[in-house]
Design a protein around this ligand. Structure first.
Ligand code: PRP
Ligand code: MN
Ligand code: MG
Length: 179
């Protein structure tokens, strides 16, 4: 276990098992279709990579990078597009892949944006959900794990851009972020 981690909440094996289950469900959901799978950078890149390998229907993939304007405007739901999609979503069955839903603001912004671009359907899969953080009413169609209201890192989730590469999800030692 990485030295800055106090406790492993979800092991690598548990994550991989759940990703396989989600892949099977999504393969059934999209049978006969070719969804456009959108990765919300950066956090979702590891989940995206593992998930698409266990989806058995043909998929197209694209990547989008977003960030909130800052702490003061985050509550307003203003999200800045750092990198937009390369392909049009009009008429496409879109599957948005997220690592975590916290307040829900990032996703509610993205969903509205893609609806405005006339996607045929929009479905959200998130590996983690922290319902305690929610400020807007939003639920993913598919959720891997519900997390307690604790600061966790790993499997895409960062603290100050670190720890994304951990293959598990763990609780950071308080001394790491309290100084
Ligand atoms: C994190 C996470 C989600 C979002 C969830 O991304 O990856 O995208 O926050 O929070 P919300 O539901 O309150 O909007 P972040 O903005 O930290 O960027 P990152 O993916 O590059 O880490
Ligand atoms: Mn993110
Ligand atoms: Mg982050």
């Amino acid at each position: 276990m990485q030295n800055d981690i106090q406790e492993i909440l979800i092991s690598e094996e548990e994550i991989q098992q759940r990703v396989r289950e989600l892949g099977a469900q999504l393969s059934a959901e999209y049978a006969g279709r070719t969804p456009l799978v959108i990765c919300v950078l950066k956090g979702a890149f590891i989940f995206m990579a593992d998930l698409v390998k266990v989806i058995t229907v043909p998929v197209e993939m694209d990547f989008m990078a977003v960030s909130s304007y800052g702490a003061s405007t985050k509550s307003s739901g203003i999200v800045k597009i750092i990198k937009d999609l390369d392909v049009p979503v009009e008429g496409r069955d879109v599957l948005i892949v997220e690592d975590i839903i916290d307040s829900g603001l990032t996703l509610s912004y993205l969903i509205e944006l893609l609806q405005g671009r006339n996607a045929a359907s929009i479905c959200v899969v998130t590996l983690f959900d922290k319902p305690a953080g929610r400020t807007v009413n939003l639920e993913a169609s598919y959720t891997g794990f519900v997390l307690p209201d604790e600061f966790v890192v790993g499997y895409g989730l960062d603290y100050a851009e670190l720890y994304r590469n951990l293959p598990y999800v763990g609780v950071l030692k308080p001394e790491i972020y309290s100084n």
